[in-house]
Ligand binder design. Structure first.
Ligand code: GSH
Length: 213
């Protein structure tokens, strides 16, 4: 299988972390691509977005929730637990993905010329960001649950929030979440997914992955 990914993309990182958690690294080679400037990807995914997973039969899977479900099925459902816990894990994944989406939209919209319409879009994204952070902070039982796809999605979104929008100071607003994130990001899967220079998962199979990147 080939994974088209971009190093800064939080959705790509969720899938990179999923692959490592599921011990599938030897079965996936990585193709780094800039979906904004490189049209190669559109042949496989008409929306030309990362992540896109090219299967061995030539068909492609997208977007990240679909890819994650496929990989989880391949490896015996280790990241999406059985019913009734399924829905908690998938809700967490949706919260993480929703947070990442709002951070991306806020960032892109703020690049444009300043006008009222854009202000409204940015304000709406900020409302989503704070509401998702508050939901995760005020009902923290999920932090103790066994690691699932939802935890990976949330951690990748928080890492993206850190890098893209440091001015939002989310850790001050969400101290419990910040403490959880601090511990969770030490997982090998998170460190590896944060490495923007990996071009192949072969580097992942070394016993001691590179320290902080
Ligand atoms: N819902 C999609 C979102 C994917 C997405 O938005 N990817 C961004 C990078 S983070 C992208 O490829 N953007 C290129 C574009 O919008 O043209 C998923 O979960 O995979």
């Amino acid at each position: 299988m080939q994974l088209f990914y971009a190093p800064r993309s939080p959705f790509s990182r969720k899938i990179l972390a999923t692959i490592v958690e599921l011990d599938l690294a030897t079965r996936v080679s990585l193709v780094r691509i800039d979906p904004w400037t490189d049209e190669t990807l559109r042949r496989h995914n008409p929306a030309s977005k990362v992540p896109t997973l090219l299967l061995d039969d030539g068909s492609a899977l997208f977007d990240s929730p679909v890819i994650a479900r496929y990989l989880d099925t391949l490896s015996g459902h280790m990241l999406i637990p059985p019913v009734p816990r399924t829905w908690d894990a998938l809700r967490r994944e949706a919260l993480g993905d929703g947070l990442a989406e709002a951070v991306i939209r806020r960032f892109v919209d703020r690049l444009g010329p300043h006008d009222d319409r854009l202000d409204r879009v940015v304000t709406r994204q900020e409302a989503a960001i704070t509401a998702i952070l508050d939901r995760l902070e005020t009902a923290p039982d999920w932090m103790q649950a066994p690691t699932d796809l939802g935890h990976l999605a949330i951690a990748c979104a928080l890492d993206y929030l850190d890098g893209r929008s440091p001015e939002l100071n989310w850790k001050t607003r969400s101290p419990l979440l910040a403490a959880w994130f601090h511990d969770f990001r030490a997982r090998p899967s998170m460190k590896i997914a944060a490495d923007p220079i990996i071009g192949t998962f072969r580097s992942i199979n070394i016993p001691h992955p590179p320290a902080e990147v």
